[in-house]
Design a protein around this ligand. Structure first.
Ligand code: NAP
Length: 268
């Protein structure tokens, strides 16, 4: 469920796994206005859904309408997965952070959260998942910058140490001495302008990651790659957050195979 939702690659991923495991069913994109989210969620059991995913702009709002929220999702303040229980009640989870960490580990096996300071751009739903997951894995300093200062301060206060709120105007300087840069804003996404960021202060060794996956290589990742930084795009996060959701709905832990990656790549 999202608004808009037509760009999502999640139907392709889950339908690939449904077919692979010989299950009956389908994963369908549901375009739901935020005002109707409660009605849509409450209709899931009657319609026979095993559950759903939530994307922009529903991740925070949906917290109000589920019957149970798991501990990680509660701390993140957002849910991206709902499971319909046998009694028709709704349980909310958030796999975005675990998906993000797994994708870093898959693509950069030597990566460590405590390798050095981290700069995170953005303070929306994706940022909440990324920041909390990095802090939980031992990041010692997370420099948080967001266009709207009040949200930067609120998130830093909510998560506490090691998160430091830094004004958006200082984003170019906030790249000095870091080991990891994460873009969680929507700048650079298809249809949006590129992120306004100078990489001049960024160490060449720093890993640059973008949670955006359309396009696969955002202008930020392209600029980082061209100056020699290692990069990770947002597709691995999407794939790795999908695995536990599928498992929760169907009882099978699916794999991210070269065939699945190829099927997705063919859509870009
Ligand atoms: P969101 O909650 O709406 O947050 C959007 C963020 O972008 C906010 O921090 C916002 O800052 C910032 N922003 C918007 N316009 C900006 C501008 N002109 N300059 C600077 N910052 C700007 O959205 P979200 O759920 O976090 O999603 C953000 C991105 O992550 C989307 O592209 C989404 O597709 C992607 N995502 C990917 C995955 C994955 O699995 N790969 C998972 C989740 C999300 P303000 O607070 O100032 O508005």
């Amino acid at each position: 469920m999202g608004w808009p939702v037509t760009h999502s690659r999640s139907p392709l991923i889950h339908n690939h796994w449904i077919a692979h495991h010989g299950l009956k069913g389908a994963y369908v994109p549901l375009q739901v206005q935020i005002e109707l989210l409660q009605d849509a969620l409450r209709g899931l059991p009657a319609l026979g859904f095993a559950g759903c995913n939530l994307t922009i702009p529903h991740k925070v709002e949906a917290l109000k309408y589920v019957d149970r929220v798991d501990e990680t999702a509660r701390r993140m303040g957002a849910i991206n997965t709902i499971v319909v229980q046998p009694d028709g009640s709704l349980s909310g989870f958030n796999n975005d952070g675990a998906g993000y960490i797994q994708c870093l580990r898959d693509e950069q096996p030597d990566w460590r959260a405590d390798a050095g300071p981290v700069t995170v751009l953005g303070a929306g739903g994706a940022a909440r998942a990324v920041v909390l997951s990095l802090a939980d894995r031992g990041a010692k300093e997370i420099r948080l910058l967001n266009r709207t200062w009040a949200k930067t301060q609120a998130l830093a206060a909510e998560f506490g140490a090691p998160v430091k709120a830094i004004p958006w105007e200082q984003r170019h300087e906030a790249l000095a001495d870091i080991a990891l840069l994460v873009n969680t804003t929507d700048q650079g996404m298809h249809g949006q302008p590129a992120l306004d960021l100078s990489l001049a202060r960024l160490p060449k060794s720093a890993l640059v990651s973008d949670v955006i996956y359309i396009p696969l290589e955002t202008p930020l990742l392209q600029a980082a790659r061209e100056r020699g930084n290692p990069t990770v795009n947002g597709l691995g996060m999407l794939l790795n957050q999908a695995r536990p959701a599928f498992h929760a709905w169907f009882g099978v832990m699916p794999e991210v195979t070269p065939a699945l990656r190829a099927a997705i790549m063919a859509t870009f």
